[in-house]
Ligand binder design. Structure first.
Ligand SMILES: [Fe+2]
Ligand SMILES: [Fe+2]
Length: 177
């Protein structure tokens, strides 16, 4: 029996990018807004909470890194993928697609470090008797962002990015024939 490849693997780069945008970038932006609103609420409930203050600062920095990362993918990397899809290589822009991909992969590692910090601050999102419903809800949103980020990064690093590298290599090889 011939095994069927998963749909994601056989799609065009454009379809893969659309999938990443719809399934990961869009919901991440919504969760970030939800987390910001909950953090504001939590801070109003307890202005002196060291936990909320620390968490607020760390989340601010995570959200900024995340927004900038997604913007770079949307405005620089994904348009280059489109170029590759159109049969052109990216050599003259960035010396080959592997270079901007490496930058994005490093940013994925940076995002993981942000979450490690948040897990330290919240003691792995531990809920105690003092945890208010707002903070509990905030933890749930943060956990959603974190678990989706794992799938999001893996999908990019294991499927989308290698697919772009392979396609670009084929374009270069064809030119040299
Ligand atoms: Fe992404
Ligand atoms: Fe990414």
């Amino acid at each position: 029996m011939i095994e069927q490849e998963p749909a994601f693997k056989v799609s065009s780069l454009k379809q893969m990018v659309e999938h990443v945008l719809k399934e990961h970038h869009e919901p991440t932006r919504l969760w970030i807004e939800q987390a910001k609103a909950l953090l504001r609420k939590a801070a109003l409930e307890d202005m002196d909470s060291a936990l909320i203050n620390k968490l607020g600062m760390s989340f601010q920095s995570l959200a900024m890194t995340m927004h900038m990362h997604m913007e770079k993918e949307e405005e620089v990397l994904f348009p280059m993928f489109q170029r590759i899809e159109d049969g052109l290589n990216t050599e003259k822009f960035c010396g080959g697609i592997e270079n901007p991909i490496r930058v994005m992969e490093n940013e994925h590692k940076e995002l993981d470090l942000h979450f490690e910090r948040i897990r330290r601050i919240t003691n792995n999102f531990q809920v105690t008797q003092e945890t208010t419903p707002v903070v509990n809800e905030l933890y749930e949103v943060l956990k959603s962002i974190e678990s989706d980020l794992k799938i999001h990064s893996e999908r990019e690093e294991c499927e989308l990015f290698p697919a772009a590298v392979v396609r670009e290599k084929k374009i270069v090889e064809r030119r040299m024939e």
